[in-house]
Write a protein that binds this ligand. Structure first.
Ligand code: NAG
Ligand code: NAG
Ligand code: NAG
Ligand code: NAG
Length: 379
């Protein structure tokens, strides 16, 4: 740990101890937030669907102190704090001024330095499970800015994180997949680097994990790796990624977030195909069972899933190789769209979600038109 930072932390601890007379730390002593045990521990497991995290790096003093504390020796801190309690009032005041000056002078560790520390911790076989988890969580925040994501490989970070995908602890594998997804999202450079580590098939296996979180983060990472990337899509199809998606779409007992991610990925892949007409259409898009699974999702009770299914159907209908009659006879798309119109009509009564429902309805109408045009064209 940086020497200045270390000194500063000692002074700071001393001041807090002295100010509170050694009593229980008040969390707001000295106007600075003192990290509580809860704040020091790892962030709670993600429960939302966004896979995004607020801010990256340590933008606040509080964040920096937490980082410093987690990397320092608690015994020494305590010893120093106790020594400082014996200071007289004027000594204390002098000390406080020193602290203030040091705090002003102190430089926050750069993101690059923080990433190096996290990577070093990951590469150290003696790092405890808890610290390993923390190192990954730190990387998760740090890779959010694209410059940091681009630097990660140079620091050996991508290799270190991809190794964690093989860890025996599902929690570690989950965060590792999450970091990979976040670093490669909309970043062709990092997508390519990760692809070269050959972890796509590993991530695809993780999608089948019994751990819901692991499966979700793995699918998030797979999506981020293959989105708008021809090479990794080829590999994805070669590794039977199409069937993996279909298994998820057709299994109603699977986690809803996983199913939403799967249909979103399918929609993305079909959209990408539409934008790259020169490429042969992967046969997977024309599989009747797949198309039926997607159409059946419009009968889901989850409006979000219905909407995503519509987005996918819209693109799938526009592919050259898909057949209008398959949508009509095998998938009963006409009936599905009618049913959906009725349902959306009923939902519109609820003022609270009317705008959203109207958006879904206009998408539904659009799909209906594309469907009818295709039927006429392929008559
Ligand atoms: C800590 O500070 C709060 C308000 O800032 C105060 O209400 C509370 O009594 C303090 N607790 C202790 C133990 O001093
Ligand atoms: C590896 O981690 C152990 C336990 O945290 C630590 O004692 C050791 O100094 C670390 N080694 C390196 C090279 O950082
Ligand atoms: C993970 O384990 C598999 C086989 O168990 C191995 O082929 C692969 O190289 C390992 N990956 C890493 C990054 O260690
Ligand atoms: C659907 O998913 C459940 C839960 O993972 C699994 O037990 C079941 O075998 C799956 N069903 C099919 C038909 O794959």
């Amino acid at each position: 740990m940086d020497r200045t930072l270390c000194l500063c932390l000692l002074l700071f601890t001393a001041a807090v101890a002295a100010a509170t007379g050694g009593a229980e730390h008040n969390h707001t002593s000295g106007g600075l937030l003192w990290p509580t045990a809860a704040e020091e521990s790892d962030p709670p497991p993600p429960t939302d669907d966004s896979d995004s995290d607020s801010d990256g790096g340590f933008s606040s003093l509080d964040g920096m102190l937490q980082w410093a504390i987690s990397h320092s020796d608690p015994g020494k801190l305590k010893e120093s704090a106790e020594a400082q309690q014996r200071l007289s009032a004027s000594d204390l005041q002098k000390r406080q001024i020193e602290i203030k000056e040091t705090l002003e002078k102190i430089k926050m560790p750069s993101d690059g330095e923080l990433m190096k520390i996290a990577v070093r911790d990951l590469n150290n076989v003696s790092t405890s499970l808890e610290d390993r988890h923390r190192a990954l969580q730190e990387l998760l925040e740090l890779v959010e800015p694209i410059d940091n994501a681009n630097d990660l490989n140079k620091l050996g970070g991508l290799l270190a994180v991809t190794k964690e995908l093989n860890h025996s602890d599902p929690g570690i594998r989950t965060v590792a997949a999450w970091v990979i997804g976040k670093a490669s999202q909309n970043n062709p450079n990092v997508q390519q680097q990760i692809l070269e580590f050959g972890v796509l098939s590993r991530l695809m296996k993780m999608v089948k994990s019994n751990s819901i979180e692991e499966a979700n983060k793995a699918l998030y990472a797979v999506s981020a790796l293959i989105r708008n990337n021809l090479d990794s899509q080829e590999l994805f199809y070669a590794e039977a990624g199409g069937w993996m998606l279909q298994d998820i779409l057709s299994n109603a007992s699977l986690d809803i977030r996983l199913r939403r991610k799967a249909v979103l990925l399918l929609a993305d892949l079909a959209e990408y195909q539409l934008e790259n007409v020169d490429r042969d259409e992967p046969p997977f898009f024309n599989d009747q069972d797949l198309l039926k699974s997607v159409v059946d999702l419009t009968a889901s009770t989850d409006l979000d899933l219905q909407e995503k299914a519509l987005v996918a159907i819209k693109s799938l209908l526009q592919l050259r190789t898909t057949k209008a009659w398959v949508f009509k006879d095998f998938c009963a798309l006409g009936d599905a769209l009618n049913r959906m119109r009725q349902l959306l009509h009923d939902l519109m009564v609820d003022e609270y979600q009317r705008d959203y429902v109207m958006d879904v309805e206009s998408l539904r109408v659009e799909v209906e038109h594309i469907f009818h045009r295709k039927l006429v064209k392929q008559k």
